[in-house]
Design a protein. Structure first.
Ligand SMILES: [Zn+2]
Length: 131
């Protein structure tokens, strides 16, 4: 399943980042940018994410997905347009096929929130290099 491999990759990346910082006891949320054209079904991804988190430091973490609209540009004129769904891959101005997508294939973690042990009287940035 496509979503399962994405979920596992996301969990793997967060685990790696948490190990780097050290002392992370629980991950509370992961924010992920998902391009409209990345071919990801948000509900399926949320379900797979929950499975992939089980037994890891991410167990119980919330997955927040941000949808990134797809945009394409024309090969022969300066036009740019929103691709939408179903995707429109020909230029609305001149009818030429697209030269490529400007956005819409994103699949990246934008932020992670976690707890790092007993409550401290200061706030830490979620992704911090501080030791
Ligand atoms: Zn055009």
């Amino acid at each position: 399943m496509h979503e399962m491999s994405i979920a596992m990759a996301v969990v793997g990346q967060v685990q790696e980042a948490a190990a780097k910082v050290g002392g992370v006891t629980a991950v509370t949320s992961v924010r992920l940018q998902v391009g409209e054209l990345a071919g990801v079904v948000p509900d399926a991804l949320a379900f797979c994410f929950e499975l992939a988190c089980a037994g890891t430091v991410l167990e119980g973490a919330e997955l927040i997905t941000e949808s990134v609209p797809g945009r394409a540009r024309c090969a022969s004129c300066p036009d740019e347009w929103a691709v939408g769904t179903p995707p429109q891959l020909c230029c609305p101005a001149c009818g030429q096929a697209t030269a490529g997508l400007l956005s819409g294939r994103e699949l990246q973690i934008t932020s992670v929130r976690w707890e790092d042990g007993p409550a401290r009287d200061r706030t830490r940035e979620p992704v911090s290099e501080e030791r």
